[in-house]
Design a protein around this ligand. Structure first.
Ligand code: ATP
Length: 516
């Protein structure tokens, strides 16, 4: 690997936002055929660095060299021309178009309807085979799984001639099996001479696929070394700059008390009118974390939206402290004592153009002490925000910047701070640690357990089985909108949960595992 030519160099990159240096003299060197991980805490400056490589931002100073040539990457189109491709975390495919149409869209000069779809389909098929992607170019984007959609995004960059592919948290939305497949695809790409820059907070993934890792701490690149022989613990320590605990969250056995919230035969339809949650009943108890495990798209989002009043229920009841809250307005449900850390922080969590302080006050601004006699007290709002920023270690210049300027992980911490500060009896945490670094994950898990120990009922919805097993006391598995089994966290296994997630009943799953 050390003999392979250097395809990308970033030299002494500085990126300044006003007074703040998000990148402070960063150096990065990537070789041909290398999988190069970029590791850093939330807000360390990884996305800012990659945005300069993909033409979205310009460095304040420093140089970018592609194949030894100093270059200015002043637009995404220029980045594409230079062979730099970004595999986005949020897939941007049009459901009604075929895979080929999605890939060709925007990358070919189209003369009227003269687009040669036949040739494109053939080219894409060839690329798919060459890189082991196994994508059907004629499938409709709306009909393919999340993992397959990601492969289409990869093909899109290859079709445009990318030699350097940037993957930003690529496994966040994948099932364990899809993650393995993606790792193989990355290895395949590298073996074919492509270079990959991998941004991830998952140390195991770095260990599994990366050759080299560059560590960024508070805007500075502090080290770069081969991954071989380095443990996950060492990676975590270097990233944070001190020794961090990678062990399970400490917790005592749960002491479940009275039922706080009950779902009684709840049925919910999705936006297309298809039944997403079917006749679902569950009880959430004070002093207990009930985990909802399942593959993305099995009714979890609709279930949460129905409980929080964001979408109507088709039938059944939601009962909080013995009172029906079914189909009440979101604000009434919030007021009744439901906190919600949403899965999609941009759609439901934050107003990106408003200040961080205003966002932290979003659920309580109209009440004392943030308002007095109907007038907002900005001193109180800002002070309240400063307290929570400190308590939850939200990394920001101050409370007056826009929420949109925070790094992804710090946006998430701000929402968690706001929702947990409200002293609600029922807390919904949906994918609460997606995109967070190891230190922040540990902190958030502990916070959820503290809430439990303070007598709250916590609903933890997560695709991450490690997270569910670590934090939840009981686990309900959802598949196609129905609960396939409810198990105690300390009496189950990933294998058992995996079979329940695939739709088996608990008896079937146990029979299968006993027979193995
Ligand atoms: N447009 C901007 N204006 C002001 N500050 C910004 C802007 N963009 C980023 N920052 C700041 O730069 C720092 C680095 O952010 P960046 O998004 O690069 O971090 P990151 O390492 O990608 O974090 P994460 O893992 O949370 O995604 C953060 O403190 C962020 O608030």
């Amino acid at each position: 690997m050390a003999d392979e030519p250097i395809v990308l160099e970033m030299h002494n990159i500085v990126k300044q936002f006003g007074e703040f240096r998000a990148n402070d003299d960063i150096n990065l060197q990537v070789r041909r055929g290398q999988i190069h991980a970029l590791l850093g805490e939330n807000g360390a400056g990884k996305s800012t660095l990659m945005n300069q490589l993909s033409g979205l931002l310009q460095p304040t100073s420093g140089d970018i060299l592609i194949n030894g040539q100093k270059t200015i990457v002043d637009s995404p189109a220029k980045a594409a021309e230079l062979g730099i491709g970004m595999v986005h975390q949020h897939f941007m495919l049009i459901d009604a178009f075929s895979v080929t149409e999605n890939i060709v869209l925007g990358s070919e000069p189209v003369n009227g309807m003269n687009l040669n779809i036949k040739k494109a389909t053939k080219d894409i098929q060839k690329l798919s085979e060459q890189y082991g992607l196994d994508v059907d170019p004629q499938a409709l984007a709306g009909d393919i799984s999340v993992g397959m959609q990601q492969r289409v995004e990869i093909l899109k960059t290859l079709y445009r001639g990318a030699d350097i592919l940037i993957f930003d948290e690529p496994t966040a939305v994948l099932t364990p099996q899809e993650i393995d497949e993606l790792m193989n695809i990355m290895r395949h790409l590298a073996a074919e001479g492509k270079s990959i820059i991998l941004i991830t907070h998952k140390l195991d993934e770095i260990k599994a696929v990366a050759d080299q890792v560059t560590v960024i701490r508070r805007g500075k690149s502090i080290d770069s070394f081969p991954v071989e022989g380095v443990s996950s613990q060492e990676l975590a320590d270097i990233m944070v700059g001190r020794s961090v605990s990678l062990y399970d969250t400490a917790k005592t056995p749960a002491q479940p008390k009275e039922t706080v919230l009950s779902l009684e035969g709840l049925t919910v339809k999705d936006s297309r009118g298809v039944t997403a949650v079917k006749d679902l009943s569950l009880d959430f108890k004070a002093g207990e974390v009930l985990g909802i495990a399942g593959i993305d798209g099995n009714g979890q989002s609709e279930l949460i939206s129905a409980i929080t009043g964001l979408i109507p229920t088709a039938s059944g009841k939601v009962v909080l402290h013995g009172k029906k809250i079914t189909n009440k307005k979101p604000r009434q449900i919030t007021e009744a004592g439901v906190a919600h850390i949403p899965e999609d922080r941009h759609r439901f969590g934050l107003e990106l153009d408003m200040t961080l302080a205003e966002n932290i006050a979003l659920q309580t601004y109209y009440k004392r002490p943030l308002s007095k006699t109907g007038v907002l007290d900005y001193n109180a709002i800002n002070k309240h925000a400063r307290d929570l920023i400190e308590k939850f270690d939200v990394r920001t210049v101050n409370e007056l910047v826009t929420a949109g300027s925070l790094s992804g992980g710090n946006q998430q911490k701000a929402i968690i701070a706001r929702e947990l500060d409200r002293d609600a009896d029922f807390i919904i945490a949906a994918q609460p640690t997606r995109g967070l670094d190891v230190g922040a994950i540990e902190y958030i898990h502990q916070q959820l357990i503290n809430q439990r120990d303070a007598g709250k009922a916590v609903m933890l919805v997560s695709f991450e089985l490690d997270e569910i097993l670590n934090v939840a006391d009981r686990i309900a598995v959802i598949s196609h909108g129905e609960i396939t089994g409810i198990v105690n966290a300390n009496e189950t296994s990933k294998n058992e949960l995996g079979l329940l997630m695939a739709g088996m009943s608990l008896d079937q799953a146990r029979a299968q595992l006993a027979g193995e």
